[in-house]
Design a protein around this ligand. Structure first.
Ligand SMILES: Cc1ncc(COP(=O)(O)O)c(C=O)c1O
Length: 388
């Protein structure tokens, strides 16, 4: 078996395939000397809107800001309640708290790691003043459409946290971003990454898009005339020009990620692993592969996350680290038990599936340029360790 290191992600390989296009795009902005918003951002917004099947798109400074802008567009503030899963990146809940609203955390479905219709129905039962729900399309997989139905039936607006899921499709075949307000992140490690921070929202109507444009520029729909206090959250032209080079490649990269995921699925299944949702007590290799996308959906595998028994997860990490195999834990502590949210009154044990996932999951390399031989090394190393 080769002992060459396998990184979790190596963006230099992607850059090598687009270097001349990137250099030309940067040169275009430099000769234009317009660095904030401007035509590159407007063009990117039009291209992402078309890609995502949305009527409008608004660029902003990050995925975290996109969430705050979306909440502001729904007038969320003190006294309001916003529902989101506990098992997600901090920004989902941080945005709610930043606006002075109260977070109601939900548990997750242990198979997909996303919100389920049952989780949401339980979380909203009897709760007053709910102003929004934020489903997170974790690891690149769109949540079950039944989740959206529960929110719509209850008259609760939805904000999609699709920071990890550009290019994914819901089970009804609709692309991520084509429905309600949707927040994307262009953090460099994302499947569509900028060369710095960046974010974007898709909006379902012109009025909301206009409000977002004003909110990202200090609340001024017309420069120097402020209808409300907004933010300074603009996407810069260099990032937009870089993203415009990358966007046409996104489907091919997402397809390569999905092919890599299928290769791991097969390698692990051959070694006795089962798909996520199968109890460890069923026997076989104590490893669970990600839940396959339902018919009609498209999972973009921003991460490929395996699940192992809690007492094996950190030793497996140590073993992979010793062998130079990249890995990461998304996320080691669910948000409902983070010290900064102690005043909300949650206790360990309140959201058991989120807590279990935090102890049992591990992401392994799945980036598009990963070679089959490297995947075999990763799979063999994982399987050998878990078979002991
Ligand atoms: C689920 C989720 N939400 C929000 C964000 C925030 O995006 P950004 O890092 O661009 O602010 C991220 C990115 O890390 C994320 O993974």
């Amino acid at each position: 078996m080769s002992t060459d290191p396998v990184p979790l992600l190596d963006l230099r390989l992607q850059y090598a395939t687009i270097e001349s296009e990137i250099t030309a795009a940067i040169a275009r902005v430099l000769s234009d000397q317009r660095f904030i918003l401007g035509p590159e951002v407007a063009d990117l917004e039009a291209e992402v809107a078309k890609y995502a099947g949305a009527s409008h798109a608004v660029g902003c400074a990050s995925g975290s800001d996109a969430l705050i802008l979306a909440l502001r567009a729904l007038d969320v503030g003190p006294g309001d309640v916003v529902v989101c899963p506990s098992y997600t990146f901090f920004a989902t809940a941080g945005a709610i708290d930043r606006l002075g609203a109260r977070i109601v955390f939900t548990d997750i479905d242990p198979t997909s790691y996303n919100l389920s219709a049952e989780n949401l129905a339980t979380a909203i039962d009897g709760v007053q003043d709910i102003k929004a729900v934020i489903p997170v399309h974790l690891f690149g997989q769109a949540c079950d459409t039944a989740v959206e139905q529960v929110a719509r039936d209850a008259g609760i607006p939805i904000i999609h946290d699709a920071a990890q899921a550009i290019g994914s499709h819901f089970a009804d075949g609709q692309p991520m971003g084509s429905r309600e307000l949707t927040c994307f992140s262009f953090f460099p490690a994302k499947n569509l990454g900028a060369y710095g921070d960046g974010g974007l929202l898709t909006a379902p109507d012109e009025e909301t898009a206009q409000r977002l444009r004003s909110l990202r520029a200090h609340g001024a729909a017309t420069k120097y005339f402020h209808d409300e206090v907004g933010m300074n959250s603009r996407l810069d032209s260099l990032q937009a020009a870089i993203l415009r080079v990358k966007l046409p490649h996104l489907d091919a990269w997402n397809t390569a990620r999905a092919a890599n995921a299928a290769r791991y699925d097969a390698l692990f299944a051959a070694a006795g692993a089962a798909p996520s949702g199968t109890p460890f007590s069923d026997g076989g290799l104590p490893l669970r592969t990600p839940c396959p996308a339902p018919e009609g959906a498209r999972h973009v595998y921003n991460q490929y996350v395996i699940r192992v028994p809690a007492d094996r997860r950190d030793p497996l990490r140590d073993h992979l680290n010793e062998r130079g195999i990249g890995n990461a834990v998304y996320y080691p502590k669910p948000l409902h038990v983070q010290p900064c949210f102690a005043s909300l009154g949650y206790r360990e044990g309140d959201l058991p599936e989120s807590e279990a996932a935090s102890l049992e999951t591990l992401a392994i390399p799945v980036f598009p340029e990963l070679l089959p031989a490297q995947q075999e090394v990763v799979a063999e190393t994982v399987v050998a360790f878990l078979s002991k």
